[in-house]
Design a protein around this ligand. Structure first.
Ligand SMILES: NC(=O)c1ccc[n+]([C@@H]2O[C@H](COP(=O)([O-])OP(=O)(O)OC[C@H]3O[C@@H](n4cnc5c(N)ncnc54)[C@H](OP(=O)(O)O)[C@@H]3O)[C@@H](O)[C@H]2O)c1
Length: 334
């Protein structure tokens, strides 16, 4: 067994985009589990836009990562030592193991994953928080109805790509907003979206007038900013906007709110923030349904896997903000 645990710690709080000096690589001996603990050898780390928020010293739905702490991250790994009755050596698990090669856990929040059902990275994609966010955001928060027009931003990303596919599975008209021709082609040709809008090359408002002539019933928003403002001008009566995220604002010193929010009045529309963690008691049921769609070939999970171990994390995180990833961004460890 590797006697050393390489870890990535938060060294400074970024202002704007995270910089190399915001991180510190450390190493320490691999710890051994005590009673009711497991030792996990991490293989895949989930890289999420939310991490940028966790680096700020601001109150939110979860405590900030403290300076000097191992960076918080969802990850997949294998149990290599167990003093816990619920976990056996050799089992694959998902948990908040952090950006490090080995993690000790008491099992809280740890779920088992089955590599015979899907490849391990997929448990960070469609069968992980990503898929669950899309699932509950559309089906519970938006209460999607068949035949509705659904617009998804960040549509070629992890959550957005699953959201648009769920909209299609539920008999909706799905339009994705994404940056660049390659992403727009992928969501239409491979994922089955009805149409795409390239927000980097097109006027989103004009494109939606053309591609969603009956206006927008549900907007699943991952990006905020100008894209949100543009969609606000195209709402159908009774529209529901799901605020899943606002990545365009995550590195801003002062987040900018929507200028066109008064459109909610005429449309009798609602805008609701959501957090996937609120649905934790229903993850198993939702994962089973998502796994069924994957098995039937109705849902595609794509992961953008970066190699290089924990030292590659700082650069890999930036890919979310440059839009380099298609699908779920995953880092392999070591
Ligand atoms: N509420 C929840 O419980 C929950 C859970 C998970 C994720 N989320 C949120 O869901 C959103 C998507 O997360 P994800 O993991 O699926 O990430 P992702 O979409 O796979 O990756 C981020 C994507 O955002 C786009 N982007 C980056 N900067 C942008 C900008 N300035 N304007 C517009 N688009 C920009 C890029 O795509 P383009 O090339 O298309 O620009 C990039 O590929 C994030 O906002 C995240 O915080 C929320």
């Amino acid at each position: 067994m590797n006697p050393t645990n390489h870890q990535l710690r938060l060294a400074a709080r970024p202002s704007g985009l995270p910089e190399p000096s915001d991180w510190e690589l450390t190493s320490e001996p691999v710890p051994q589990p005590h009673a009711n603990q497991i030792l996990v050898e991490v293989s895949h780390v989930s890289i999420d836009p939310a991490m940028r928020g966790w680096m700020n010293d601001l109150p939110s739905y979860i405590a900030p990562v403290q300076l000097g702490d191992v960076m918080r991250a969802g990850a997949i790994g294998r149990v290599i030592a167990s003093e816990h009755p619920g976990f056996a050596v050799g089992e694959h698990v998902f948990g908040l193991f952090g950006v490090q090669e080995f993690a000790i856990s008491d099992g809280s929040g740890v779920t088992k994953v089955d590599p015979s059902i899907a490849p391990l990275p997929t448990y960070l994609g469609a069968l992980g928080w990503t898929g669950l966010t899309a699932y509950f955001g559309l089906l519970e928060v938006a209460r999607l109805g068949a035949g509705e027009t659904v617009v998804v931003s960040g549509a070629a990303g992890a959550v957005g790509s699953v959201a648009g596919q769920i909209a299609k599975i539920k008999g909706c008209h799905a339009i994705g907003i994404a940056g660049g021709a390659a992403k727009c082609r992928w969501i239409v040709e491979e994922l089955g979206f009805d149409a795409a809008v390239d927000y980097k090359a097109e006027n989103v408002r004009a494109a939606l007038r053309e591609r969603a002539p009956d206006r927008v019933d549900v907007f699943f928003d991952n990006v905020g900013g100008d894209v949100l403002d543009a969609v606000l001008t195209r709402l159908a009566r009774g529209a529901r906007i799901v605020i899943c995220g606002g990545i365009s604002q995550y590195n801003a010193r002062q987040a900018r709110g929507p200028a066109n929010y008064l459109a909610l009045i005429a449309a009798r529309a609602s805008m609701t923030g959501m957090l996937v963690f609120d649905y934790a008691d229903r993850y198993a049921e939702a994962t089973a349904e998502l796994a069924g769609w994957l098995r039937e070939g109705r849902l595609v999970s794509r992961e953008y896997v970066v190699e290089g171990g924990v030292s590659a994390f700082p650069e890999a995180l930036l890919k979310l903000f440059t839009g380099e990833n298609i699908g779920k961004l995953v880092l392999t460890v070591p």
